[in-house]
Design a protein around this ligand. Structure first.
Ligand code: XIL
Length: 312
């Protein structure tokens, strides 16, 4: 027994969860977040649309609330996220190339300066890849070309030299075309001397899609480049209704994912994308799916909790 974080710490890792501001008046939820986890990631409060909804008008209120929670609990924070194609206001997307590059640098430096020294790691660039491993044809790529990625990391290092700088994506958890693309991208950045410290593997898994191919080996090849790695957004969804066979598969996936991190020295920790089904992002993002997290809608721990606990 004992909370997840103490087990993870004994293995030299952290274990964290995403949190959002709509959870902040739910005392039982906050009590579990406090006791179980050593690290928090704001699920939405540090995204561009939350922080700079109109140009050069910054609103840090929600982000500050998450930072205060983490500080009260003695938890580290992964900042999420600076440069992404989603949840980024139209005003950014409509800028011409020169103005867009300036806006990107200004956003990175303003947000990182604000929290300098208080953020353990930043997801500087989020989800830059297509499923085939090529670069996603986002407005960033269209307007700025692939140099937007190196540029973002250079601006980030200049803004807060104490934060670990991550690139983060989904469906890169196992060996395959998309993770090969990430490997090529990151190798190129390192060759060019771009300041990057880590690769985040989101770990949005689904019972019906199988477990990622050789996840530990995949994490290890990035670690072998001299980088930290982390599982940054772990959840294991299923098509509803749940049944005993889906639950068994879910438990296997949770065990395998946690073991993949434990098996890699440079894997620093595992962050779950929420603790309970009560505030899950899954039903709205994937209609008909759910039951993805460690506790249920009523905050009762599920088998998934015990599996993770006993694996750590
Ligand atoms: C999700 C949030 O959890 C939702 O509340 C929001 O509506 C959409 O974004 N990959 C990421 C996260 O990097 O930022 C996403 O978070 C989940 C997928």
């Amino acid at each position: 027994s004992g909370p997840l974080q103490s087990h993870a710490a004994a293995r030299g890792k952290f274990v964290g969860t995403a949190v959002d501001t709509n959870e902040l008046n739910d005392a039982p939820y906050l009590a579990a977040v406090d006791s179980e986890f050593g690290q928090l990631t704001p699920a939405n409060a540090m995204k561009w649309d939350a922080i700079e909804p109109s140009q050069n008008s910054f609103s840090f209120g929600r982000a500050d609330q998450i930072m205060a929670l983490a500080q009260n609990n003695g938890q580290s924070v992964r900042g999420h996220t600076l440069v992404w194609h989603s949840q980024t206001p139209g005003w950014v997307q409509n800028l011409d190339a020169t103005a867009m590059r300036a806006a990107m640098r200004n956003h990175i430096s303003t947000v990182m300066d604000k929290y300098e020294g208080d953020i353990y790691a930043w997801d500087v660039v989020n989800e830059p890849l297509n499923e085939d491993g090529s670069l996603r044809n986002s407005f960033w790529l269209q307007r700025l070309g692939e140099s937007y990625i190196a540029d973002a990391f250079r601006a980030a290092r200049a803004a807060d030299p104490t934060a670990k700088l991550y690139i983060n994506d989904y469906n890169t958890d196992g060996l395959g075309a998309k993770s090969d693309g990430m490997y090529r991208l990151v190798s190129g950045l390192l060759e060019d001397g771009v300041p990057i410290d880590g690769v985040g593997f989101q770990g949005h898994l689904a019972v019906q899609y199988g477990f990622p191919n050789q996840m530990q080996q995949n994490l290890q090849r990035f670690a072998d480049l001299g980088l930290d790695v982390a599982i940054t957004e772990l959840d294991v969804r299923m098509q509803l209704p749940s049944d005993s066979s889906k639950i068994a598969t879910q438990n296997t996936y949770y065990r395998n994912a946690v073991n993949a991190c434990l098996g890699v020295t440079r894997c620093v920790g595992v962050t779950f994308w929420g603790y309970s089904d009560k505030y899950s992002w899954i039903p709205s993002a994937f209609p008909g799916e759910g039951s993805a997290h460690l506790a249920d809608e009523n905050m009762q721990r599920k088998q998934a909790y015990t599996t993770v606990h006993d694996t750590l």
